[in-house]
Write a protein that binds this ligand. Structure first.
Ligand SMILES: Cc1ncc(COP(=O)(O)O)c(C=O)c1O
Length: 445
């Protein structure tokens, strides 16, 4: 147990090494150990650790103007980053869209919840306030974001504090909530949104929020063809806004600027975080499409919301430097080949009797461990398999992101792999070797 730490750590029963330096895909600790960051921490780090240009851009901005409150000023780095984000967003953002910068993903979700509520007030739909979401999802840790999250374990202690606006079925073919198979299922999970709207929330629903690829909760679960288009259509037909939470999937992580690009849909809001600053500063954003902006422009003109540190000049300067690096090093283009490489390296592990599924898109991959491969039955929660795998990979100096609960909120073990975009074939091979060794250790019986 850490006794000499002043930090209110995430877990008092664990000790944490001190990270002192980062280089590309590697993190170096104060005792000289080197760890391959195969999870990009929590799917955050895209350009790699230790890029000096980002620090230089922040120092330069700080020497000019470090802070100016958004009730009084806009700043050049924030304007520049907003324009760049809108330029890579779907067409309905590019002309007349705007960006609301926050300090991370949860603040982006909070902002979106309030924004869709006020949008409906602006257009005279005063009864609409419910933000519908899916079970088995994660949209952040603040109370509003928890209300729209369906992650059972992360919600459990706070249930009395959390609003209930309605949850619909997850889209997860490996453990289909309807026990059906695609395409015979005819996308029953998407239609569940329509059923919910008809039965519970037709006139009160304001929006539907979803992760295009479900990250932390389901371990990179990719929807089948047609799912995303169907939910977009249901939202449009029912007069509710569609929020794509791309905090994990955005900024190139899945091989396109935003994951929604894979399916050619136009959400009304896109949330970003994590990769937008690659971990160099706390930064998130809500991309607001032109139609939503117009409602505010024509209506009250003022969004009743704000954070002291929104659109911070140094954070947005860092965001621009990360963007510059992504472009100059052609890192957006590297995601598909690097993702294929990592997946190829992992694919022999699929034969292991306890590797149920290897899934994902681009450089957001998940590996799920099951007790029985035929029935897909998970291990008991108390076996703590995901954590055991993490620990065994750590002994091989490889960092992974473990989670339990993908099966039913309690059971189901997976790890997430989401390395920096420049991961080399050798580093992918090292990741696969570490996982092979972890499987041998954890399932030695
Ligand atoms: C999809 C998604 N949305 C929102 C969040 C919350 O972001 P943050 O932890 O930056 O508040 C996360 C974090 O993991 C996430 O994965």
């Amino acid at each position: 147990m850490a006794t000499n730490s002043g930090l209110f750590s995430r877990n008092f029963k664990k000790t944490f090494p001190i990270a002192v330096r980062g280089e590309g895909c590697w993190i170096i600790t104060s005792d000289g150990r080197r760890f391959l960051d195969a999870s990009g921490q929590a799917a955050v780090v895209s350009i790699g650790h230790g890029v000096p240009e980002v620090g230089r851009a922040m120092a330069e901005q700080s020497s000019q103007i470090a802070f100016a409150h958004t009730s009084q000023f806009h700043t050049a780095p924030a304007e520049k980053l907003a324009a760049r984000l809108l330029a890579i967003a779907p067409p309905n953002f590019r002309s007349g869209g705007r960006v609301y910068f926050t300090s991370g993903g949860s603040e982006a979700t909070e902002t979106a919840i309030k924004l869709v509520r006020q949008y409906h007030l602006e257009i005279g739909q005063k009864d609409r306030y419910r933000v519908l979401s899916r079970r088995q999802s994660y949209h952040g840790s603040t109370l509003g974001a928890m209300s729209v999250s369906g992650n059972v374990a992360r919600r459990a202690p706070y249930e009395p504090l959390i609003a209930d606006w309605g949850h619909t079925a997850p889209c997860f073919c490996y453990h289909c909530p309807f026990e059906k198979t695609f395409p015979q299922c005819q996308l029953a999970c998407a239609d569940d949104l329509e059923v919910h709207l008809l039965e519970h929330a037709r006139d009160q629903a304001a929006a539907f929020i979803f992760e295009p690829v479900v990250g932390a909760t389901l371990g990179a679960a990719v929807p089948p063809e047609g799912y995303v288009a169907r939910i977009a259509e249901i939202c449009r037909n029912n007069g509710i806004l569609l929020i794509a939470d791309e905090v994990m999937t955005g900024m190139g992580r899945t091989g396109r600027p935003f994951a929604v690009h894979h399916w050619g849909i136009e959400p009304d809001l896109i949330l970003v975080g994590k990769g937008v600053a690659s971990g160099y500063v706390p930064l998130g954003a809500v991309l607001v499409s032109a139609r939503v902006v117009e409602a505010f422009e024509r209506g009250s003109g003022a969004f009743m919301h704000g954070f002291t540190y929104q659109a911070h000049p140094i954070s947005t300067a860092a965001g621009n430097a990360v963007f510059d690096y992504l472009e100059s090093q052609k890192l957006f283009e590297r995601v598909i080949p690097a993702g294929k490489n990592l997946r190829d390296a992992l694919s022999p592990l699929q034969a292991h009797p306890h590797v149920g599924d290897i899934r994902g898109l681009g450089l957001l991959l998940g590996v799920e461990f099951v007790k029985d491969k035929v029935t897909r039955e998970p291990f008991p929660k108390s076996d703590n398999i995901a954590e055991q795998i993490r620990q065994a990979c750590l002994e091989e100096s490889v960092l992974t992101y473990p989670t339990q609960g993908c099966f039913d909120g309690h059971r189901g073990d997976h790890i997430l792999l989401a390395p920096p975009f420049m991961i080399s074939p050798e580093e992918s091979a090292l990741t696969a070797r570490a996982l092979r060794s972890a499987l041998a250790k954890v399932f030695s019986d």
